[in-house]
Write a protein that binds this ligand. Structure first.
Ligand SMILES: Nc1ncnc2c1ncn2[C@@H]1O[C@H](COP(=O)(O)OP(=O)(O)O)[C@@H](O)[C@H]1O
Ligand SMILES: [Mg+2]
Length: 374
C-alpha cells in the first residue's frame, strides 16, 4: 500500500517544458485517473512516477519517501502499458513469473504468486499457452497478471485498453474495477477516454498542456467544472457552448443575449462583469429541452439531423447566427425530425456560464466550483 505526493513536478525535454510544476496527492488505495487530450503529458507524468523519466525539478514522494533518485525497480510500482510486451517464446505462466525469477524468488514462491494472480484474473486455464494463442483481451490480462505477482504498492496503467475493441474495453473496465476492489492497491490510470475515466475513477485529474485543470470525483467534474476546458472534456456527447453577451446580472442570475437574438437566463453570478461583456453559455445535451411548439423563452433552431438510437434520440440543431450545430438529447418519442424547426428551452439552473477567459462563473444553485485549480 502506498500514497503519492507530487510537489512542483516539472519535466522538460531540452528546452521544451512538458509538465509545468504539477502538485498532486494520490491517497493510499485510491483509483486515480489522469485524463486529457493526446499530447498533454499524461504518459510523461506516469513515466516520471515510475522512474522511467528523470524529474527535471520538483519532488516525488511515495509513502512519504522522496524517490526522485530511487531507481524504478526500488519504487514498489508496477506498470501496465497499452502494448502488452509479452515474451513470445515463454508460456503465460513463465511470462508472469519472469520478474520474480529475475528478483531471485524461489520456484515455489513464483508458482504460488502466479497461481494467485491467475485466479484473480480468471486465466488459470491459459497458463501453459504461448501469447500467440491468446486474444487481445487475454494478453492484456496476462500483462496485468505480470504486474500483480510483484505485489506493488502502486499500479500504473498507461491506456491499457486502447488496443481492444469496444465491447472488450467495457468488459475489461468492469474487471479492472473488480480487481481494484479485491486488491485495494493504489492505482493510477492514464486514458484519453473520458468515459473510461468517469467509470473507473475515485478521482480524476484533468490535464491540459502539462497543467492540471481540475482534480475531483467524476460527479464533481460533471456538476462543478471550474472552467470551460473541463466542462467540455467531461460528459458525452460534450457540452454545447453558445456565444452571447451579458445583458444583466442580478440575484445570482444572468441574462444573456445570444447571437440568434433571444435572451436566456442562466443561474450564475456574473455581477463582476459589465453589461455587454462577451460570455459563453454551456448546456449539456441532456439538459436542453427540445419541443415542436414555441413556449415562453424558447429559442428557435433548425434540426439538421435526428439520430434515432432506440433508447434515445440525438438532435443536431443549428441556432441562427451560430457557427456550429449543437446536440440535444431527447426521449425517443420526441416528434421532432430532420428538417423540422425545434424550440429549445435552457433550464437556468442546469446551464453554465463562462467568462471570456473560460472560467466558470459561480452559481448558488450549483455548489461552488473551487476544487483543483491553484
Ligand atoms: N522523449 C521525449 N522527447 C521529447 N519530447 C517528448 C518525449 N516524450 C514525450 N514528448 C512530448 O511530450 C508531450 C507529452 O507527451 P505524452 O506525455 O506522451 O502525452 P500523452 O500521454 O498525454 O498523450 C508531447 O508533446 C510529446 O511529443
Ligand atoms: Mg500517452
Amino acid at each position: 500500500m502506498a500514497d503519492l505526493k507530487l510537489q512542483g513536478l516539472r519535466k522538460a525535454f531540452d528546452e521544451t517544458v512538458i509538465l509545468h510544476g504539477v502538485d498532486l496527492e494520490v491517497r493510499d488505495g485510491e483509483f486515480m485517473v489522469f485524463v486529457g487530450p493526446s499530447g498533454c503529458g499524461k504518459s510523461t507524468m506516469l513515466r516520471c512516477i515510475a522512474g522511467l523519466e528523470d524529474i527535471t525539478s520538483g519532488d516525488l514522494f511515495i509513502s512519504g519517501e522522496r524517490v526522485n533518485d530511487v531507481p524504478p525497480s526500488k519504487r514498489g510500482i508496477a506498470m501496465v502499458f497499452q502494448s502488452y510486451a509479452l515474451y513470445p517464446h515463454m508460456t503465460v505462466a513463465e511470462n508472469m513469473a519472469f520478474g520474480l525469477r529475475l528478483a531471485g524468488f524461489s520456484k515455489q514462491e513464483q508458482t504460488a504468486a502466479v497461481q494467485r494472480a491467475a485466479q484473480i484474473l480468471q486465466i488459470e486455464h491459459l497458463l501453459s499457452r504461448k501469447p500467440k494463442a491468446l486474444s487481445g483481451g487475454q494478453r492484456q490480462r496476462v500483462a496485468i497478471g505480470r504486474a500483480i505477482v510483484r505485489k506493488p504498492g502502486v499500479f500504473l496503467f498507461d491506456e491499457p485498453l486502447s488496443n481492444l475493441d469496444a465491447a472488450l474495453r467495457v468488459q475489461m473496465r468492469v474487471e479492472l474495477s473488480r480487481l481494484h476492489q479485491e486488491l485495494k492497491t493504489t492505482m493510477i490510470y492514464v486514458t484519453h477516454d473520458q468515459v473510461e475515466a468517469m467509470t473507473l475513477a475515485h478521482r480524476i485529474v484533468v490535464l491540459n498542456a502539462g497543467r492540471i485543470e481540475q482534480v475531483g470525483t467524476p460527479m464533481e467534474l460533471y456538476h462543478q467544472p471550474v472552467n470551460q476546458f473541463v466542462a467540455g472534456f467531461i460528459g458525452s456527447p460534450k457540452m454545447n457552448f453558445i456565444e452571447g453577451q451579458l445583458v444583466t446580472a442580478q440575484d445570482g442570475q444572468a441574462q444573456v443575449k445570444l447571437a440568434e437574438g433571444s435572451t436566456i437566463a442562466v443561474a450564475a453570478d456574473a455581477s463582476a462583469l459589465k453589461a455587454g461583456t462577451q460570455v459563453t453559455v454551456g448546456a449539456r445535451p441532456e439538459h436542453v429541452l427540445a419541443r415542436a411548439q414555441p413556449g415562453e423563452g424558447t429559442v428557435r433552431a433548425h434540426v439538421q439531423l435526428a439520430e434515432h438510437l432506440g433508447d434515445t434520440t440525438y438532435l443536431h440543431v443549428l441556432l441562427k447566427g451560430a457557427a456550429e450545430s449543437m446536440v440535444v438529447r431527447t426521449e425517443p418519442d420526441n416528434p421532432l425530425n430532420t428538417g423540422d424547426t425545434a424550440h429549445l428551452a435552457f433550464p437556468p439552473a442546469r446551464s453554465f456560464l463562462f467568462d471570456a477567459q473560460g472560467q466558470t462563473l459561480g452559481s448558488s444553485t450549483r455548489a461552488s466550483a473551487t476544487a483543483g485549480r491553484p
